[in-house]
Design a protein around this ligand. Sequence first.
Ligand SMILES: C[S@@+](CC[C@H](N)C(=O)[O-])C[C@H]1O[C@@H](n2cnc3c(N)ncnc32)[C@H](O)[C@@H]1O
Length: 281
Amino acid sequence: MKKHIQRWLQDKIGIGQNRDQIKVLENKIASLSLLFEWSSEALIQVPKGLIEKTKKTLKEEYQSINFEISRNDAMFRYPLQVHGAMPLKILKEYFHTGAEAADYIYDFAPNVKKILDFGSGYGRVSRFLKVRFPDAEILVSDPKKSAIGFQIENIKTIPDDYSPVNLIFAGSVFTHLPKKLFQNSLHELMNRLIEGGALILTLHPFIDNEFSIYPFTEEAALTGLEDPMDSMVYGSVYCSKEFLEFCVYSHTQGNLFKCSIDDSSSFGGTQQYIIIERLNR
Ligand SMILES: C[S@@+](CC[C@H](N)C(=O)[O-])C[C@H]1O[C@@H](n2cnc3c(N)ncnc32)[C@H](O)[C@@H]1O
């Protein structure tokens, strides 16, 4: 029996004539991916010429941002995995998403002095905030220690000190948090705002259902990332407008806040901006 199974396996995935081509391809990709993990450095070695081409597509004021990309940055690695044959497109998307978010925040509040990039990851946005707001303190927070380490070393942002801030940005973070954590994190961030301050976050377009969460995330599709997120606390989240408003106004001082939905402009091409302002009393 054992021999029979061995022969069948060899026939399917080994040297037999009936080998399963998809399985062979899968194994080949897995081994290439392993070779990449073993040989890659902490920073992705993007060819200089491609960075120069990407730079030319960015505004003058963003020519001086840091262009290093961490090998653990799922925001770069996942699109790379999906559109690997189009490197310039992936680089442009990565950097333009950050640039557009920084512009959006600047247009909303050009004079803020303290900004928190909540769930900042490996600095897709904070590297642009650093240059767009040269006189402001740019704080960053993320459960991934490696992300904060990368930011301190390369982008020179400051780890969150939990002090009050003028502006909080949470790009593609609430699109991942389970229901209770969504609500609690929202209230914690609202507590951090000084009067007149604002929390800008992004969400997928609203759905009719109150709240839906799925385990299919960019993290789950990648292997070999440092500090991977557990799917129990990190999913793909869709919610209704009513759920969002309930979360905002159920804050103990909900009447001091105003929640606006801006679907005229988008983050990363798919997410809408939500602005939660702490009103002056
Ligand atoms: C989709 S990524 C976006 C990263 C970054 N904001 C950007 O736009 O490039 C989501 C980020 O949220 C972080 N995150 C996960 N759970 C979090 C939580 N409970 N609080 C804050 N950030 C969290 C993840 O580690 C990850 O860096």
